[in-house]
Design a protein around this ligand. Structure first.
Ligand code: HEM
Length: 224
């Protein structure tokens, strides 16, 4: 067996920063009051991380690229119904690919709706002045009643799926998300490119996250 770099450092930092921010958002959203200052800040962090991940899917390590996501319905069908235990994916497998896309999509909708939500007590998103009252009402309903629940369910399924791979299929997916590496038969590794994960790639990631954060900063400061 050979170790092969799958998740580059930027993707791993992205993942754990996203997970911590989402946990923080759930807590601060439920606590309310003064904690809402941090709810807003963490929302901006998630917004920046989502832009970063979108761009990283074009310029990041090989296995983080969007084109490596196994999204074809046929691949999904054969993966779900395959009895062959050797069918193993180095990157996201077909169910993983779809669930990751769903998480990223609904998080984007959650950040977007948060920007134009208003609890009509003390907290209003920074872009409420740009939209109509009707849009604010719909966005607030989505943000507080629907989107939050969908994300909680998706994250729960995400964690249960990872536990299922560990206990039932004896595949540890968490370790590669911590160390970056997966082990694969040496012959297979010869045909599979590793994700580049050099200091120059980290510098590229720093530039991308800085630009992403700047875009969010400019967006939330769009004045009347
Ligand atoms: C709020 C919590 C979480 C969110 C929003 C989240 C979101 C995500 C996202 C977006 C990815 C795709 C990474 C990428 O390609 O950039 C991912 C992958 C992954 N996550 Fe999470 N995650 C959360 C919590 C966790 C936790 C608690 C664990 C560990 C128990 C975990 C383990 C993993 C693993 C192992 C992968 C890679 C799966 C694969 O190999 O296909 N995640 N997660």
């Amino acid at each position: 067996m050979t170790q092969i770099r799958i998740w580059d450092l930027p993707t791993r930092i992205f993942h754990w920063a996203l997970a911590l921010s989402v946990i923080g958002l759930v807590i601060t959203g439920n606590v309310g009051g003064n904690a809402m200052v941090w709810h807003f800040r963490l929302g901006y962090c998630v917004g920046s991380l989502l832009i970063f991940r979108f761009v990283w899917g074009f310029v990041g390590g090989f296995w983080s690229l969007w084109r490596q996501f196994a999204l074809s319905p046929l691949t999904l069908k054969s993966y779900l119904f395959s009895k062959d235990p050797s069918v193993n994916y180095l990157g996201h497998n077909p169910t993983g690919s779809w669930s990751v896309l769903a998480i990223l999509f609904f998080l984007t909708a959650q950040v977007g709706s948060g920007l134009i939500s208003d609890d009509e007590i003390a907290n209003a998103g920074p872009l409420t002045h740009l939209v109509s009252e009707k849009t604010i009402l719909s966005a607030t309903y989505w943000h507080t009643e629907v989107g939050k629940l969908v994300i909680l369910i998706l994250v729960l399924v995400h964690i249960l799926a990872i536990a299922w791979y560990f206990y039932r299929k004896k595949i540890n997916l968490v370790k590669p998300m911590l160390t970056g590496d997966k082990s694969t038969p040496s012959e297979a590794a010869l045909n599979e490119p590793a994700s580049l994960d050099r200091p120059i790639d980290w510098l590229k990631a720093l530039v991308v996250i800085a630009i992403s954060a700047y875009v969010i900063y400019r967006l939330v400061n769009l004045g009347p």
